[in-house]
Design a binder for this molecule. Structure first.
Ligand SMILES: NC(=O)c1ccc[n+]([C@@H]2O[C@H](COP(=O)([O-])OP(=O)(O)OC[C@H]3O[C@@H](n4cnc5c(N)ncnc54)[C@H](O)[C@@H]3O)[C@@H](O)[C@H]2O)c1
Length: 390
């Protein structure tokens, strides 16, 4: 038999041959009538049905889209595991400019592909898709979350995302200064959009001194009008150099690059933005400088906790109670990091991997029991048949 090997730099190598691989299933979807081209990547169902949003984005190539789906779905396995959800990790991407090709028919065609997986993958909003889009997808697939409240959905997930970030920040304060409060601390929030502005509310209420920045003047004005004691600086570069106790990146990914880490005055970093570490190794640089970094995917899990709740008939209080556990999870990560002498980002990965491994072990044991019970049943039935023949 020929030894088939994927080329070392291709997406198939990522899928089958690299440490980042290990995905269970990747589905390529096409609907010529509507122009839909989508990739649904299921990284793991060890903890339950894979849950993760649908990104609608004008990728430069199909290969780039597949790679993004692979990376994002893997990230969701870790995020869902640490959020304590009974969900594995999945993510879908739709290839194309949503402003040009998004249509009701295209979203419904996409919904039919999601439905064809029979619940193995549960979708939600992501970059380029919105609550109204999920209402359309839901017409074809019951495994859709992130819908509008009118359709039984949870609506805007930034409320609990901000709440979860605040819980993570309290855990960081407890670890760094011995008390789970931001009272009297100076917190810089970069990006006061959907999540950032709710985070400012929690911080002000807790008695923190808040400094903000945003590229949109109206976003800054909205907060200053409500809370005149909040101050604003011109941009994120100025903010990181301002004397701070906590820095909260709540805008774009890659916020923590080498220059930012070198310039940071804060000794805690905890924010909502996804993929804050610009490259591997930044987590160690942060630790070496004595900066406590609360892993982004742990503290920003309030949104996924919220949409996961939708599958059981959305109950805000129940989802909020679950998001409160982000405090304990973040504390446990800091403790593990200290005990093992590793950065918190590495500790978080280890705890997530442990939870997934334990779930796989339980499933294997349950299957073994089921198989032996079935074998016993067959033997008993065969013996009964023999007795009947005699
Ligand atoms: N919304 C959620 O539920 C959720 C959940 C998990 C993670 N996140 C992540 O949190 C981050 C914020 O999400 P959001 O929903 O609040 O998005 P958003 O677009 O509503 O807010 C982002 C804000 O950042 C500002 N901004 C952009 N570039 C900036 C810059 N260079 N400097 C300062 N401000 C800048 C924007 O003007 C905007 O006000 C994103 O990285 C997102 O992926 C959001």
């Amino acid at each position: 038999m020929t030894d088939v090997r994927p080329s070392a730099d291709g997406v198939l190598h990522t899928l089958f041959g690299s440490e980042q691989g290990g995905h269970e299933q990747v589905v390529l979807c096409q609907d010529r009538e509507t122009g839909l081209k989508a990739v649904i990547a299921i990284h793991s169902t060890a903890l339950g049905p894979a849950l993760g949003g649908t990104r609608f984005y004008p990728y430069a190539s199909e290969e780039e889209a597949v790679r993004d789906a692979l990376n994002l779905s893997r990230g969701m396995s870790y995020k869902n595991a640490l959020a304590g959800l009974d969900h594995g990790g999945g993510k879908a991407v739709i290839i194309g400019d949503p402003d040009l090709i998004k249509s009701e028919q295209l979203l419904m065609a996409y919904g039919r592909f999601v439905a064809s997986l029979g619940g193995l993958y549960v979708t939600a909003c992501d970059v380029g898709t919105y609550v109204q889009d999920m209402d359309v997808v839901a017409r074809e697939s019951r495994w859709t979350t992130g819908r509008s409240p009118e359709q039984g959905g949870a609506g805007d997930s930034s409320v609990l995302t901000a709440f979860g970030v605040f819980q993570g920040m309290r855990a960081a304060a407890q670890t760094q200064w011995g008390e789970p409060t931001l009272r009297g601390r100076r917190v810089g929030v970069a990006g006061v959009g959907k999540v950032g502005h709710y985070l400012v509310e929690h911080l002000v209420e807790d008695g923190a001194e808040v400094v903000i920045t945003d590229v949109r003047a109206e976003a800054v004005q909205r907060i200053i009008a409500r809370h005149p004691q909040v101050t604003a600086v011109s941009d994120a570069d100025v903010l990181v150099r301002t004397p701070l106790d906590v820095y909260a990146p709540c805008a774009l990914g890659g916020a923590l690059d080498d220059a930012t880490v070198a310039a940071l005055t804060a000794t805690v970093v905890c924010g909502a933005a996804n993929n804050q570490l610009a490259h591997p190794g930044v987590e160690k640089d942060l630790a070496d400088r004595g900066i406590l970094y609360a892993p982004d995917y742990v503290v920003n899990a309030g949104g996924v906790i919220q949409v996961a709740d939708e599958l059981h008939g959305f109950d805000f209080d129940r989802a909020k109670a679950k998001a409160t556990t982000i405090f304990d999870t973040t504390l446990a990560i800091f403790d593990r990091a200290k005990a093992d002498g590793i950065p918190p980002a590495v500790a978080a990965d280890r705890i997530a991997e442990q939870r997934m491994a334990e779930a796989r072990q339980r499933t294997a044991e349950a299957r073994a029991v089921a198989a032996s019970t079935a074998a016993t049943d067959v033997t008993v039935a065969a013996e009964a048949a023999l007795v009947a023949e005699r």
